[in-house]
Design a binder for this molecule. Sequence first.
Ligand code: FAD
Length: 386
Amino acid sequence: MGTTAVILGGGYAGVMAANRLAGSGRPGLDVVLVTPEPRFVERIRLHEYTAGTCADATVDFDSILHPGVCRISGRAERILSGERTVHLTGGAEAGYDYLVYAVGSAAGTAPDGALRIEQLDGAAAARRELAALPAGARVAVVGGGLTAVETAAEAAGSYAHIRVSLHSAGPIVPRLGARTRRSVEKSLRRAGVEVHSGTPVRADEDMHASLGADVVLWCAGFGVPGLAAASGLPVDDDGRLRVDPGLRVRGQDRIYGAGDAAVIDEPLYDYLRMCCAAALPMGADAAGNILRALDGEAGVRHDSGFRGLCISLGRSDGAVQFLSADDSPTRFHLHGRTAAVQKEIICRMTLRWIRGEAKRSGAYTWPTGPQAGRATTAGPVPMTRS
Ligand SMILES: Cc1cc2nc3c(=O)[nH]c(=O)nc-3n(C[C@H](O)[C@H](O)[C@H](O)COP(=O)(O)OP(=O)(O)OC[C@H]3O[C@@H](n4cnc5c(N)ncnc54)[C@H](O)[C@@H]3O)c2cc1C
């Protein structure tokens, strides 16, 4: 009898998992990807798309998915783990033997009138608004994390006739080493961005009036879909699916989680933040452990870590902060055009890694994580790229 693996979410984690499973060539294994978007969204380019510096932030699924993956266009509404069934929008159902929960992150809430760019529709709306602004108009970007910083720099670089300000409650990108942060601030100012750090923006005020802005882009933290919680699966305080180090839900031997929507509930893994750099290895390992389960083998503990944080600051400037495996900054960093080129290479590589996995299951490899005893246990990182 055949086995069906259903993957919920066609983002970085979900597509990587689907490719690893389908490419394994396992006889009788059907791989089904459920995702609402008709095309793959390159979320890591949404700030570029917002600012009009990239024409399209999507790619054809056919160009990145293993041909053996059956893609269903839809959204999961409820997982019935007892029945191994997923209810989809429109009343359809998908039965599974194994499930990968990879529904990613969504934009968190935003005050009335502010725009969010972390999803394609929000980015498209912001892109239209920015493109229509007259000379002298003001755009305020709220947030101090990477999304806010990259968006502000990209908008200022793309639209010389508008004034862009960045408003952060604390220091911008606090995780950076002090020298890298100073250099990023310098780059932002050079790009014409007015940086206001250390001043919280109140969400209950009239944003446009209080910030003196025509357009407000709210880039302050991600949220996650409520699907796991609504399905009675274990979640953390932020609604992320709790999984064990083998990426499997405890007590549910058929459900795995990967990417932004899942959290490994051991303090040793607190260094893993929500990012593409973590989503890809998690997707690959979730798939690998399903293949091991099919062979009657135990799953492996997930092991991934960081090497560098690439920040784009417009099209010709950037910063690279080299990192220890546990995401802490080292003293090494790069700036300027070299860093911008490095960031662009990484963006292209993400698609190459996914495509490489479609061609050969197991092709994608990644940096290992911190040694067990050395991982930070300083507490979970916040729900943001900052
Ligand atoms: C502007 C911007 C720049 C970024 N730059 C970087 C960067 O440089 N480096 C980096 O590492 N990270 C970066 N990130 C973060 C990165 O994009 C995310 O961490 C990454 O997309 C997470 O991958 P994922 O597969 O978990 O989720 P996603 O890529 O969010 O994909 C989740 C998918 O699940 C689908 N989905 C949602 N709900 C359902 C449902 N109910 N049923 C079925 N499908 C569903 C979604 O539609 C989506 O297709 C950036 C993010 C933004 C917004």
